[in-house]
Design a protein around this ligand. Structure first.
Ligand code: ATR
Length: 271
C-alpha cells in the first residue's frame, strides 16, 4: 500500500482524505491517504520523516505552500512561477518533485465542469496574494484576450504583471481602473470571503453571459457572488470544483490515472 497525506496546520477540516479515498476506490489504486498536522516551526522535518518512512507523496496546504516550494529539489514550471507548491512527489532516486495543481484545477473546472472556454475571453482576477499567484500561469496558457489583475494594494498586482508578462497579455492595477471595462470571467482570488467582505469592484463590469467564480468554497453565496448576481453575472460558481480538480491533478501526477471528478463533487455537496 503506497502512503500519501495532506500536511497543513490546522488540518482537521481538510476534505482531501475523503476526496483521495474516493479517487483510489474508483480507480482501484492500492494506496492510503491521511491528514497530517505539522508543527508551524517544523514543516521540513515532518516532510523528511514521512519521506524516510517510505511515503510516496504529499499535498501541502496553509501555511506551508511556500516552504514546500523551497524544499522541493525539482519544480514544474507552474510551481516555479507560483513560488508555491501544493503537491510533492517523492521519486525513487530521492528527488522531491514540487508541483502546483491549483491553477490546473481552476482552469479544468471552468472548462470541463462549467463548459466555459477561457480562450479569447476578457478575464479579471481579483487579488494578488498566494492564491492568485498560484493560478496565473495556467490561466494565461488558456490564452484569454486579456487578463487583468486587480488588487487593493496595486503594487502587488503590478509585480505579478512583471513576473508573468512573458506568458501572455496580463496587466495589474487597482480596482478603480476597472470602471467602464467589461469582463466575461471574474475570479475572486482574494481572501475577502473569509471575512464576509467584498472587494471594491465597480458596478457594471460583468459582460452579458459573464461567469463569476469565487475560489472560496463551503461559504454558500459569498458577498462577491451575491454582488455578481445582483450586477448581471449569468453564472455563479464557488471553489468546490477547483478543490476536487486540483486533487485529481495531484492524483494523476502520483498515480498516472485520471479519476472521475463529478461524482466526488456531488458527494462533497451532499455532506
Ligand atoms: P492568499 O494566500 O489567500 O492569497 P494572501 O497572500 O494573504 O492570502 O492574500 C490575500 C489577498 O486578498 C490579497 O490580494 C489581499 O489584498 P491586499 O494585497 O491589498 O492586502 C486580498 N484581500 C483580502 N481581503 C480583502 C478585501 N476585503 N477586499 C479586497 N481584497 C482583499
Amino acid at each position: 500500500t503506497d502512503r500519501y497525506a495532506v500536511v497543513g496546520n490546522p488540518i482537521a477540516h481538510s476534505k482531501s482524505p475523503l476526496i483521495h479515498a474516493e479517487f483510489a476506490r474508483q480507480t482501484n489504486q492500492d494506496m492510503a491517504y491521511a491528514a497530517m498536522l505539522a508543527p508551524l516551526e517544523d514543516f521540513a522535518g515532518t516532510v523528511k520523516k514521512f519521506q524516510a518512512e517510505g511515503g510516496k507523496g504529499l499535498n501541502v496546504t496553509v501555511p506551508f505552500k511556500q516552504e514546500a516550494w523551497k524544499l522541493a529539489t525539482l519544480l514544474t514550471d507552474r510551481a516555479r512561477l507560483a513560488e508555491a507548491v501544493n503537491t510533492l512527489k517523492f521519486e525513487p532516486d530521492g528527488t522531491i518533485l514540487g508541483d502546483n495543481t491549483d491553477g490546473a484545477g481552476l482552469t479544468r473546472d471552468i472548462r470541463e465542469n462549467l463548459a466555459i472556454s477561457l480562450a479569447g475571453k476578457r478575464v479579471l482576477l481579483m487579488g494578488a496574494g498566494g492564491a492568485a499567484r498560484g493560478v496565473l500561469l495556467p490561466l494565461l496558457l488558456q490564452k484569454p484576450e486579456r487578463l487583468i489583475i486587480a488588487n487593493r494594494t496595486p503594487k502587488k498586482a503590478i509585480e505579478l504583471e512583471r513576473h508573468f508578462a512573458a506568458y501572455g497579455r496580463v496587466e495589474g492595477g487597482d480596482y478603480a481602473r476597472l470602471a467602464g471595462s467589461l469582463f466575461d470571467i471574474v475570479i475572486n482570488a482574494t481572501s475577502s470571503s473569509l471575512s464576509n467582505a467584498l472587494p471594491p469592484l465597480p458596478q457594471g463590469v460583468f459582460a452579458p453571459g459573464a461567469l463569476a467564480y469565487d475560489m472560496m468554497y463551503g461559504k454558500g453565496l459569498t458577498p462577491f457572488l451575491q454582488f455578481a448576481r445582483d450586477n448581471g453575472a449569468a453564472q455563479m460558481a464557488d471553489g468546490l470544483g477547483m478543490l476536487v480538480e486540483q486533487a485529481a491533478e495531484s492524483f494523476f501526477l502520483w498515480r498516472g490515472v485520471r479519476p472521475q471528478t463529478l461524482s466526488v463533487m456531488s458527494l462533497l455537496k451532499s455532506c
